[in-house]
Each structure stands twice: as C-alpha cells, then as structure tokens.
Design a protein around this ligand. Structure first.
Ligand SMILES: Cc1ncc(COP(=O)(O)O)c(C=O)c1O
Length: 301
C-alpha cells in the first residue's frame, strides 16, 4: 500500500486499541477523525477535514456490529486516491446496502477472538479481492516464503492452527443462528428499554443491518442516576455491564508517549455515557426481562 513513516491513516477514536497499533506496525501514523453520534462509526465529514497531502488510507471500524457509511467513505477515498482498510472485527453478519461487512474497502479483517460473533479461540482472517494484496498477505503469513526455502520479504508466523480452523468451520455452520439470536435479544431489550427517561437505546443507521456484537445504551444527561450507579445496581442483580471504551484511543498512554494526539469532541461527549448490556446468544428471554426491569427500576429511583 506504500505506507511510509510520514503516511497518515485516518482512524476513529472509539474502537479497540489494535485499530491504531495496526497503522503504527505498518510504519504509518494514525490520525483521528470523529464519530457519527447515531452509529458511532467514522463520520465522513470529519474524515474529509482530516485529509492532508500525507493521507494514504482511511481505516473505518464496523463498530459494535454496525458498518461505517461506505457510500460516503468510498466516495472520499476515490476523490483523494486513498485506500480503504475495513476493520470488520466486530461485524460478522452485518450489512450495508445489501452487502456484507468485510466486503468493503481494498482489504478487510475479521477477528475470531473468544468474545466475537464467531470464534476460533484466537485468530482472524483478512479478505481482499485484489490479487496483489492477497499474494502479499500470504507471504507475510509464512515468513515471506514464496517457494520452499525462498524468502522474498520479512514475514511472520501468522498461520492459523488446524485446531482453530476446525473450530471455525463448525462456528461458520452456526453463524446465522448466533446472529439471529443476538438480533432477537437486541430487539427484545430495546422493547424493554424504550421510553425510559435518561436512556437511549441503540440506533441502526440508514441501509444497515446490525449484527449486535455489542448492545450499547446511552445514559444521558437527563438520567436521574449516573452510569456508574446503574452499573452498581445491575451488578447487585447479577447482570454484567461495563463502560464501552473508557477513553478515546488518543488518550492511551502508549499513543501519548508517541506524541500521537487527537481531538474528537463528539466521541469525548458520548464516551462517558456508553454502557454495554448483554445480548449474546446464551441470554434468554427471562434474562432480557430481568435486565429491562432492573434498568427501569434504577432509573426511576
Ligand atoms: C475493532 C477491533 N479491531 C481489532 C481487533 C483485534 O482483533 P484480535 O484481538 O483478534 O487481534 C478487535 C478485537 O479484539 C476489535 O474489536
């Protein structure tokens, strides 16, 4: 892709750390654009404002199970001759305008970490329809070995083990059911939590199918109790909840030490309000009712 020391890659501030470290490992510099408050994914208008002569790529994250706006982002990329690298690590089964997450951009990736919509224990996959990128990825995976004992670049051991792959094959057979259950749990939970003062349920952006890797509520300014109080209350009821990404990525010590900064007012405003609630496939209907009752009880107090 031609990432050199001065290359800039535009990334969101609200995501897992690996999104930014990937850019640094390639020798580039992450530049933070703000998020769209409706979907929490990259805001295309903010992306445009961050483009400089050094920008080489845009790295949108399909966050919480919802894709970025690839119509707008691909349009910007085409106009400025930039690559798009899709981080679909949280979005197995999500869709945008009838196309699956992972099919956007020049290259994309899924994680199969244990908490993801499907898992191989550890590991992941990259996807591309560009033959040159595919060849390079395969070389990087196997110590840069083009033919037996002929190493043409510095690569790594990124091979998936047979055991992980065997787990993955079985997970793939179950993926539709896993995602259907997540979506159904999310639908029921939204019904439970709609119209509770001070609380906002997740929205699904235009053209999107949400696969609910995470179900994120917002405990906003008009809530009678703080997000932390709500978490305490839920914990007493045996319900796990946690803040989603406590700080914007650019506040992480490692990035500060590298003098990588950012300014994303929308992300900073929303982050303190976000709370993850469980909707994974093993959450049952009665659990959803209990979560609903417990949240309502706490916000009434
Ligand atoms: C958005 C995002 N990008 C990248 C990763 C990294 O994936 P892995 O843990 O499989 O390296 C994760 C999750 O862990 C993630 O959620």
């Amino acid at each position: 892709m031609g990432i050199s020391e001065n290359s800039e890659v535009i990334v969101p501030p609200l995501t897992f750390f690996a999104t930014a470290s990937t850019v640094l490992f390639c020798g580039g510099r992450p530049v933070f654009a703000d998020i769209d408050p409706e979907t929490y994914t990259l805001d295309p208008a903010s992306v445009e404002r961050r483009i400089t002569h050094a920008t080489r790529a845009i790295l949108p994250v399909d966050l919480y199970g919802q894709t970025a706006d690839y119509d707008a982002i691909q349009g910007i990329a085409d106009e400025h001759n930039l690559k798009v690298v899709e981080d679909a690590c949280q979005a197995h089964g999500a869709e945008f305008n009838g196309k699956m997450a992972g099919s956007f951009g020049d290259i994309s990736s899924f994680s199969f970490y244990a908490t993801k919509n499907i898992t191989t224990g550890e590991g992941g996959i990259v996807l591309t329809d560009d033959g040159q990128i595919a060849d390079r990825a395969m070389l990087l995976r196997e110590h840069g070995e083009e033919t037996h004992y002929n190493h043409v670049l510095l690569g790594y051991n990124y091979r998936m083990t047979e055991i992980s792959a065997a787990i993955g094959i079985v997970q793939l057979q179950k993926i539709d059911e896993i995602i259907r259950r997540r979506q159904e749990n999310a639908r029921m939970l939204t019904e439970e939590l709609e119209n509770v003062k001070g609380l906002e349920t997740p929205t699904t952006g235009k053209g999107r199918v949400h696969s609910f890797h995470q179900y994120i509520i917002r405990v906003n300014k008009s809530s009678p109790v703080s997000r932390e109080k709500l978490m305490e209350h839920l914990q007493k009821k045996g319900i796990g909840s946690r803040p989603s990404y406590p700080i914007p990525l650019y506040e992480q010590p490692v990035l500060k030490n590298l003098r990588i900064a950012g300014q994303c007012p929308e992300a900073e405003r929303l982050l303190p309000q976000l709370l993850e609630l469980p909707v994974h496939p093993y959450v049952k209907e009665e659990d959803i009712q209990l979560i609903g009752e417990s949240v309502r009880e706490c916000l009434r107090s």
